[in-house]
Every structure is written in structure tokens, then in C-alpha cells.
Design a protein around this ligand. Structure first.
Ligand code: HEM
Length: 358
């Protein structure tokens, strides 16, 4: 949890904080590789891995946006975004090679170290190239997804003060049960797992954020064999099916007339004590659904709950006037200009009695 203390330092030194840039980077690179990318403080030098990773994501998008002959041509002659992709992938690859070599020399509790102890179906150890891809797959899947979700979450919460009050009341109520009623005890240590589990309203607010602003707005499926979809549509082998997770989250037929409103309560049981997602898992597809559901879903909720409560317990956020929050066309639903906020220290009076500022 040292990453959380680092972000508090970051919060203290800067009055305006652009969310979602550094924290998940640090957490999600550390978890599979055991390497801290050291991106949490503005004083730290640029991390070439993080930069290259961003550039590679951007360049990959170009492949999806433009006709394939264009990027194939650029690829052949090593031009434009393909040149950028090749260079960025080399930097990312080197970083991962170093991480694998480090973990082989000094195993720890990270994902690569665990896979070092595993064997493939033929009983052989995984080669370094496979370990590198496993770790990279987790970084790719978990890095920007949780980060952008937190940006949208904080923005929605800032604009819905009644939701913010309910979240903070829930956190203080849970912490007063587990740690006692002295507010100092609530911020001494990060949440433990059992405390995070009890934050059902916070989870509802996070799920509601992902319904309206899914981190992965579009998903693609490649058709291996000729098939027919349940509605009778024929899909020939070799084609790609794209579906809009963003649109599914905003359909009246699924979510009702108030589908465009931010209402965490819709995720709670009628007595408001339990998180209750739709019974049909295919109605909420921000984490995909069925056999290929996101493997990191629970980790993502835990990570987002930890950051959200750490920040909201200490600060009340408000928008910086004139800062425009707009969506960016990308594989991940970024905020085009980030999220700029003012942070006011929050005074906590006791469980369920939350003052807004110190
Ligand atoms: C808010 C956070 C997250 C969201 C919205 C999200 C969303 C998704 C979605 C939509 C997919 C399906 C992609 C596809 O169909 O190709 C997926 C797959 C996956 N996610 Fe996540 N994800 C999140 C966080 C994470 C985290 C933190 C990790 C791991 C550390 C992770 C690991 C994975 C993996 C390994 C897959 C592939 C599963 C498979 O294909 O069987 N995700 N995620």
C-alpha cells in the first residue's frame, strides 16, 4: 500500500490534481512485474516505459481507425504511426525483459514470480517471452481501465454532492465500526480488505460510473468460423463484430427512462444493504460478460474503492472553473484534457456527520 502514501504526498504538494494519471500506473505495473515504475510524484523524471506504453496504445488505435492497407503500407516503409509503434514496442519489450530477468534473480510475490513456479501443459517452465507477454497483458488490461474510471467517478461525484455525502457517510460509518469513532484513526492506515467489502454504496457508485462511462467503450470479436447470431444475423468467417459497450449502458430498454442519470441506488437491493447488479449479466457489459469476463474485475473494484475512499475521506473536490471535460476518441475512454480539480481538506466530525471543509 505504499503507493497510496505516495499519492497523498502528491495531493499535498499540488492544489490542482489531474486524476487517474499516475496511481494505477504504479499499482498495475508493480503487480505483474514487481517493479515500481516510479511515476507518482511530479518531481520524478519521465518514465520511458509509461511514455512508450501510451504511444503504443495511440499508434494501435490508428490501425483500427484507418483502412488496413494504409497502416500496412506505413509498416512496410516504417513510417508514421507504425514507426512510432515499432519504437515504442521495443522500449516496452526491453522494460519487460528486465522485469523478467529481475524476478528470475529475486523472486517475489508478483505475477511473474508466480508463473516462474508454474509449468505449461507439457510440464515445461514458461519461456521468458511468454512470461513477458503474460505480464504485459495484465498491464494492458488493468492500467488505463481503472485509471480512467476513477477520473469519471470523481467528476460525477463532484457534480452530485448528495452522492458524495452518502459515500463519505458510508466510509465513516464502516470505519467507526472497525476502528472506533476517533476520525484520526480513519486516515492512519489504508482500508483493509474487509472494510472495502462493506462499502456497497461506493461499489454501486463505481458501477454506475462504468455504466455511463465504460473504460472500454467498444469491444471487438473476430469471427473464426461462419456463424449465426441469436437474432438471425449471419456472420461470415474472417469478419469482425464490434459492439458498443457505451451504448448498451445508455439504453432506455435496459436501464429505463432515467438511463442518462447518475443514480447509484439502481445497483442496490430494495433494503439498500446489498450490491445487486442486473440478474442478466449481459445487461452490464463494462467488464464484458460470459466466459471471457474481465479477470481483474474484483481487483479493479478493490483498487478503485481504495483510491476513492482515501481521497474522499481527506478532501472535498470541486471543478476548476473553465476546465472542459470531454471524451477522447480512443480504445479507452480517456478525458481529453484530464480532470482538473480544486482540493479542500475535509473535516470529519464523526460517523455519519460529515463537514465539507476544514
Ligand atoms: C475498471 C477497470 C476495468 C474494466 C472496465 C475492464 C474491462 C474489461 C473488458 C471489457 C474486458 C474484455 C475485453 C475483450 O473482450 O477483449 C476485459 C478483459 C480482461 N481484463 Fe479487465 N477491466 C478492468 C480492469 C482490469 C484489471 C485491474 C485487470 C488485471 C489486473 C484486468 C484484467 C483483464 C484480463 C486478463 C482480461 C482478459 C480476460 C479474457 O480474455 O479471458 N482488467 N476487461
Amino acid at each position: 500500500m505504499s503507493n497510496l502514501s505516495a499519492i497523498f504526498y502528491y495531493l499535498k504538494v499540488s492544489r490542482v490534481w489531474i486524476t487517474g494519471i499516475t496511481l494505477p500506473d504504479s499499482v498495475i505495473v508493480n503487480f505483474p512485474t514487481g517493479k515500481d515504475p516510479e511515476t507518482l510524484s511530479p518531481d520524478l523524471p519521465d518514465n520511458p516505459f509509461s511514455k512508450a506504453f501510451d504511444n503504443a496504445t495511440e499508434a494501435t488505435l490508428q490501425r483500427l481507425l484507418y483502412p488496413s492497407f494504409l497502416w500496412k503500407l506505413q509498416n512496410t516503409f516504417d513510417l508514421g504511426s507504425e514507426k512510432q509503434l515499432r519504437r515504442s514496442l521495443a522500449i516496452v519489450g526491453n522494460y519487460m525483459d528486465d522485469a523478467v530477468a529481475d524476478r528470475k534473480a529475486r523472486p517475489s510475490d508478483d505475477l511473474i514470480s508466480r508463473f516462474l513456479n508454474k509449468r505449461d501443459v507439457d510440464g515445461n517452465p514458461f519461456p521468458s517471452s511468454v512470461l513477458q507477454h503474460i505480464a504485459l497483458n495484465f498491464v494492458l488490461a488493468g492500467r488505463d481501465t481503472s485509471s480512467v474510471a476513477l477520473s469519471w467517478f470523481f467528476w460525477l461525484v463532484m457534480n452530485n454532492p448528495e452522492v458524495e455525502d452518502k459515500i463519505v457517510n458510508e466510509i465513516t460509518t464502516v470505519l467507526s465500526e472497525t476502528r472506533g469513532i476517533d476520525p484520526k484513526l480513519w486516515v492512519e492506515e489504508p482500508l483493509v480488505f474487509d472494510e472495502a467489502e462493506k462499502l456497497v454504496y461506493l461499489k454501486a457508485a463505481l458501477a454506475e460510473t462504468l455504466r455511463l462511462y465504460p473504460s472500454v467503450p467498444l469491444d471487438f470479436k473476430y469471427v473464426i468460423n461462419d456463424d449465426v447470431l441469436p437474432d438471425g444475423t449471419f456472420v461470415p468467417s474472417g469478419s469482425t463484430v464490434t459492439y458498443s459497450i457505451y451504448s448498451v449502458g445508455r439504453m432506455k430498454t435496459i436501464w429505463g427512462e432515467d438511463c442518462m442519470e447518475f443514480k447509484p441506488d439502481r445497483w442496490l437491493s430494495s433494503d439498500q444493504t446489498r450490491f445487486e447488479p442486473p440478474k442478466d449479466g449481459y445487461k452490464f457489459v463494462a467488464f464484458n460478460a460470459g466466459p471471457r469476463t474481465c479477470l481483474g474485475k474484483d481487483l479493479a473494484y478493490l483498487q478503485m474503492k481504495s483510491v476513492a475512499s482515501a481521497v474522499l475521506l481527506r478532501y472535498r473536490l470541486s471543478p476548476v472553473p473553465g476546465h472542459r471535460v470531454v471524451q477522447k476518441m480512443s480504445l479507452t475512454l480517456f478525458m481529453k484534457h484530464g480532470l482538473k480539480v480544486y482540493m479542500q481538506p475535509r473535516k470529519l466530525d464523526g460517523p455519519g456527520r460529515v463537514a465539507t471543509s476544514a
